[in-house]
Write a protein that binds this ligand. Sequence first.
Ligand code: FE
Length: 177
Amino acid sequence: MKNFLIYIPLLAIISSCSSNKNNNTSSFESTDEAVIVEVSIDSLTGSIEKIDRSNEDWKLRLTELEYQVLREAGTERAFTGELWDNKRKGTYTCAGCDLPLFDSETKFRSGTGWPSFWEPANSLCVAEEVDNAYGWNRVEVLCARCDGHLGHVFEDGPEPTGLRYCINSVSLNFVEN
Ligand code: FE
């Protein structure tokens, strides 16, 4: 079980609240203010409160390429991102809002030139939508908190899931363990 320091004004953690109250290890009761708490990302349950920012606000926060990919569903050129060949151990977070998205334990070598994972760190953190752009019937992958475009998921990945989350490197930050 991996613990991760997360900035939580925006996370609604439901079942983990009650268990932590019971064993008194940590408190999630102050959800009205920004607090940093240690949570186990792979045991999150409940729902994630959205971040809603204007396009002007995102432009101030993101680089031009980050904005094109995260906010306009662009795609970086293969083999150009910083993380497609990253082999270090750690957590991949959203470049828009820092939500933990993927763990290095599920990263695999796909040969595509984009970071590829067979499973999200927690399914709550990654949203999926059907994408019919360009006439392709693909499944888009988005950050569940800021709705940032991450990439697509395909059904040609390795075991144990058989899925390939093909993610733009620029949509991710990496936090080494
Ligand atoms: Fe995000």
